[in-house]
Design a protein around this ligand. Sequence first.
Ligand code: BYC
Ligand code: FE
Ligand code: FE
Length: 472
Amino acid sequence: MSTIATNEKIPNNVNLAGDRKLQRALEKWQPHFLEWWKEMGPEGFQADNIFLRTAISADAKGWAHFDHVKMPDYRWGIFLADAVEGRTIGFGDDYGKPVWQEVPGEYRNTLRRLIVTQGDTEPASVEQQRLLGQTCPSLYDLRNLFQVNVEEGRHLWAMVYLLHMYFGRDGREEADALLERRSGNADNPRILGAFNAPIDDWLSFFMFTYFTDRDGKYQLLALSESAFDPLSRTTRFMLTEEAHHMFVGETGILRMVQRAAEIMNEHPGEDPRKYGVIDLPTLQRYVNFWFSISLDLFGGEISSNAATYFASGIKGRAKESKHEDHVALEQIMRMDVPKDGKIVSEEVPLRNAMNEVLRSEYVEDSQRGLNKFNRLLVEMGIDFALELPSTRFNRQVGLYEGLRFDPQGNLVSEDDWKTNEKNWLPNDSDREYVKSLMTEAVHEPGKIANWIAPPKHGIKGKPFEYEYVRFD
Ligand code: BYC
Ligand code: FE
Ligand code: FE
């Protein structure tokens, strides 16, 4: 894979220089992106120097180049993973046929819609997180926040490249609209539910990067199976960056759990909140909230859209090759379906259950981190375990929408829900308490807020005390 020329305006490994029309179109979009970044990106830190990882090529060596850079100078590039020689369609009705290098006419609208939906979440997350820097617990965490933000910006570039390259005028219009929608704006909101509420405390940020970025991982895995080869290659490269986002979430939660446990051991029998840490029941309520709203991002359990995506080769299952039957016409999936006030087990044709197949893998993956948190609690002698709530709990999309379930997945009455909601989901006092811990930023190298433990390791072999952000 070729390394890019570093003097190029838009770093890329797609030979942009060889396609003058595309290059001009993207160079026209670039200043609008930068205006958007300055208006909606991290507020108050645009002139500071951040120790960032920048992809300068898509191979193993080039994609992780570290340096102090000002965020507006970050080199948002366009990178595709290497082409796989002779790649064929891995699932659906056209299983085994050659993959597409162009968009087939009959799938143009569907593909554009999926690419726009994926692309829309990326700037949305940056907008949601724009004020977080002002309450960072340490320079290490501040740097990680900005690393996540610039990479989500690059993921927007990845989708905009596909829109410009393969979808003509409509693609260019969609690319402009991606910079016009705003998270939480009543008139012009972001497309998916979870991307319209601000993320203005660090507990929510770590939960978001643990649970919601993991939806990103699974959606990208499914899209990386696509018969549309450029989409497959783009999303495969995005996944390398996504791993860091989930690392930030997982270690962030782990470090809060550790801090809570330390205080519980120092002051047994007392309320940990007296000592300025986030107590474990509050962490559990945040888990319940972020897990359930991230589950909604997979779409309905039974979905004819999903069946169509699969049949046509547009969107597959995560790691399709590990499945045996890639046509999935004969199989069924059993599902718990609410009917007349009861839950009954029903058979659903597998193709219509593809959202649920992906969601089930996500649930399993989400549990892995919780097991780590719980192992730490056991090691520290604390009798408490964090749990994922039932996938029926607090859902706004799909089969369980409009019904009330407890975290164990039992149907409950509206009255029961009202009585218990404050124990199941973050309540006003939780939010107030969490906010009260995070009123100012810790900017001194080596210092850290009281509510979180320092990380085990710094970035790129640097110590925790390193000056990850240099203020102007
Ligand atoms: N909110 O058949 P259904 C990430 C709509 S995160 C609002 O059940 P389908 C990231 C749906 O559009 C990953 N509307 O769903 C993370 C449909 O509308 P129509 C983002 C929703 O189509 C952190 C109707 O309801 N990527 O990257 O199978 C930081 C019935 O839909 C929602 C993707 O999502 C919702 N939650 O699947 C930064 C991948 N759910 O057709 C980034 C691309 C459903 O009736 N998107 N609807 O008008 C997709 O694959 C699919 O659009 C979905 C929905 C999985 C989202
Ligand atoms: Fe992303
Ligand atoms: Fe991400």
